[in-house]
Design a protein around this ligand. Structure first.
Ligand code: LLP
Length: 416
């Protein structure tokens, strides 16, 4: 993380988080352009001359300011809805470098994706193939496809974010894949270009990826026997980050291991990293409203809540919480909780901190699956999003207002 302590106050790049909170208010998401850039470049450099594309998974953080930083670096994008597609276009991303994933693409989403020239559809079911071929035919186009296979490997991650097991809804059982590819090759609107797989998120070991790759390569060979040539492998996203003590593999080691496994095979490589690009490029800034020590627990009630950052409530996820202006005082153990009316509304439990009312806290590793999973629950306007670039701070999403909250709503007409 680009967080440093300067004169006993936290800075994000060269911008003071204290000054940011005073100028823009809290809660506020703050991202670092330098951190996004270096995380993307780790992938691009690791891929090196090997043909392929790094397709940033837009779901992790879809602010157009973030997407634009990555588009300027030449990134591709992994999208899962027409909403994400339009965001990438507005951010200046290239349609030909987009891959369209997701189990429930609608015919109208497919039509729009074909119209703009999305690079590849990652098809997730046999029935989706039929629909896509028809939609492409109606536009006199041919859709390039990969089929997402489910290799049945255990990603050893939280069950909610594990996707490559037989019991998960994603992809096609790898044992049925040859038949589905044969069907695809007979459909007029489709061109087979790749094989896709994504086994889960926040993986901290390389082995499950390699196990999945082994199975995918066996499939590529079986397809070759049937006369179906695969040009690229899309190995999905999923590389973990350090939230606490985790030590995920370095991007360069991970990609080197994949390249070593491929050897002389002429297969381009696609990756769909989300978390490992954005998580540690962002913090959520929040202010302590009230300290509420009780007989059982000490609660620090802050102005951010589960509606702003749902990961702790939803996955019992642990994210670091640090004071922006550390105090030289005795610490106590606090639960950091929000104002939302739910017992599950916590951002961190049992954190040892020296804090007073009015203090600022930074919740680390909040750049991925933070704002994108936020909501207006309890009619809380969503936080602003800011991008630090050196010592400059740019507003990339204004704080929502009460008018924004009700802008799309209406009351019934007056009755007699
Ligand atoms: N590709 C596909 C098809 C995916 O489903 C995902 C994430 C990614 C790529 C990006 O994976 P990443 O590199 O970010 O691990 N909300 C959860 C994470 C859900 C991930 C869903 N799919 C969290 O906050 O932990």
């Amino acid at each position: 993380m680009p967080l440093t302590l300067q004169n006993n106050s936290l800075y994000f790049e060269q911008a003071s988080l204290d000054a940011i909170a005073n100028q823009f208010g809290t809660p506020a998401y703050v991202y670092s352009r330098a951190a996004l850039t270096s995380a993307y470049q780790d992938y691009a450099n690791a891929l090196g001359e090997w043909p392929g594309t790094i397709c940033y998974a837009v779901k992790a953080n879809s602010n157009i300011g973030v997407l634009n930083v990555l588009a300027r670096l030449g990134a591709g994008f992994d999208i899962v809805s027409v909403g994400e597609l339009e965001r990438v276009l507005r951010a200046g991303g290239q349609p030909s470098k987009m891959v369209f994933s997701g189990v429930g693409k609608t015919a109208s989403e497919m039509a729009r994706a074909l119209e703009v020239g999305v690079g590849c559809f990652n098809v997730e079911s046999a029935n989706e193939l039929e629909t896509l071929s028809q939609v492409a035919g109606s536009q006199n186009k041919v859709a390039s496809i990969s089929i997402r296979v489910n290799p049945d490997v255990d990603a050893k991650t939280h069950p909610y974010i594990s996707t490559g097991l037989k019991e998960n809804k994603f992809g096609i059982d790898i044992n049925d894949a040859v038949a589905v590819y044969q069907r695809a090759s007979s459909l007029p609107g489709l061109r087979i270009v790749g094989v896709d797989c994504h086994i889960g998120s926040q993986l901290t070991e390389t082995q499950p990826f390699i196990d999945a790759l082994d199975r995918v390569l066996q499939l590529v060979d079986k397809l070759a026997d049937k006369g179906i040539t695969i040009h690229h492998l899309d190995l999905g996203g999923g590389l973990g980050v350090t939230y606490d003590q985790e030590v995920p593999p370095a991007v360069s080691d991970y990609i080197s291991a994949i390249k070593a496994k491929l050897g002389d095979r002429k297969l381009a490589l696609m990756f769909e990293p989300g978390r490992s690009i954005a998580a540690n490029a962002g913090v959520l800034l929040t202010r302590v409203e009230y300290l509420k020590p009780t007989e059982h627990k000490n609660f620090a009630i802050v102005d951010a809540a589960m509606n702003d950052l749902i990961r702790p409530a939803l996955y019992q996820a642990w994210q670091g919480i640090v004071p922006v202006n550390p105090r030289d005082a005795d610490s106590q153990v606090w639960d950091i909780v929000g104002p939302v009316c739910e017992t599950g509304d916590f951002l961190g439990k049992d954190r040892e901190l020296a804090i007073e009312q009015g203090d600022l806290l930074a919740i680390k590793s909040s750049g991925a699956y933070g704002f994108t999973m936020s909501s207006n629950y309890n009619s809380r306007p969503r936080a602003c999003e800011l991008m630090v670039d050196g010592d400059a701070v740019h507003v990339i999403r204004k704080r929502e207002t009460i008018d924004d909250l009700v802008a799309l709503e209406a009351i019934l007409p007056a009755s007699e």
